[in-house]
Design a protein around this ligand. Structure first.
Ligand code: ZN
Length: 300
């Protein structure tokens, strides 16, 4: 019958799609601490899910399951300004090939009135998750925490792969930035050991940038104006310290190179020509907003 003929190619197409998008790592977002009066919206959670898929598809590390006697992290629902906001959990278990991230909306004005997000890897020692040289050349956390500001005027893109003109602060851009901090960007030992007097000297980053990459004064972000490529298009790197209203920052080759330098296995990008053409068109329309906002990284 014609119906079964029709069904077969559809099934084949579906399985191809699944193979192409297989995730090596699972980025697991935990909203258990998102318990304030203002919480993350379904739109914000949908963008976080797409960011988890994007990172999961690019990071191919094999991480052992692990149980920690205790872990510590900043309560993501509270501005991370005091020891009082640190949460301790006992007998915490994370599954194999999984990074667990506690995420919440928070009042971040205590970090400065222009703070959009804050993030860092969690604390908890004694397990290298099967990785070698953790602390020297590699980083293998159980995960960490991310807070998103409750007062900022967020732009929630229902498909971050395409870019339209918009106003407000791009939640997607801030989410990829903060997740990179959880993974140790600017904030891990394997990052710090590659910082010298002129910037970040990780091999893959130097190759992507064409030299030592300049950093901000706290050595936690690329210097303002640092740019790199996404599918052949030069654009601001995701891990500069601030973002303007109405602008998008994707993970560039340099941002991925830095994750590689601090020990992550990073797979090559799969170009999506139609989407990137639309993104280029969008970039041409987007001007610099008046408000620059920063994100902070917060080590425990
Ligand atoms: Zn940052």
């Amino acid at each position: 019958m014609s119906m079964s003929r029709l069904a077969r190619p559809l099934v084949a197409a579906a399985s191809l799609l699944a193979a192409g998008h297989a995730s090596a790592l699972t980025i697991e977002f935990d909203y258990g601490y998102d318990d304030g009066t203002v919480r993350l919206s379904d739109g914000q959670k949908a963008i976080l899910a797409s960011v988890a898929d994007e990172f999961g598809a690019r990071l191919t590390d094999t991480l052992d399951a692990a149980t920690y006697r205790s872990i510590a992290f900043y309560d993501p629902g509270v501005a991370p300004t005091s020891a009082g906001s640190i949460v301790n959990q006992s007998n915490f278990t994370v599954a194999a090939d999984t990074i667990h991230v506690f995420v919440a909306a928070a009042e971040l004005d205590a970090l400065g009135s222009a703070t959009l997000g804050s993030a860092g890897p969690g604390g908890g020692s004694g397990n290298d998750r099967g990785e070698l040289d953790v602390g020297a050349t590699d980083f293998a956390p159980w995960g960490g925490q991310i807070s998103f500001d409750i007062r900022s005027d967020w732009y929630l893109d229902d498909d971050p792969r395409t870019l339209e003109t918009f106003s407000g602060f791009d939640f997607y851009s801030v989410a990829v930035h903060e997740l990179a901090h959880v993974l140790g960007f600017g904030i891990s030992n394997s990052w710090s050991t590659q910082v010298n007097a002129t910037g970040f000297a990780g091999e893959a980053s130097v190759a992507a940038y064409g030299g030592t990459v300049p950093l901000t004064g706290d050595d936690a972000h690329w210097a303002n104006g640092t740019a790199s490529f996404v599918n052949g298009v030069l654009q601001p790197a995701a891990l500069t310290a601030s973002i303007a209203s109405g602008s998008r920052k994707y993970m560039t080759e340099l941002d991925w190179a830095a994750l590689s330098d601090i020990g992550w296995q990073v797979a090559a990008a799969v170009p999506e020509p139609e989407n990137w053409a639309m993104m280029l068109a969008g970039l041409g329309l987007v001007g610099l907003g008046l408000h620059r906002r920063q994100s902070r990284c917060t080590p425990v």
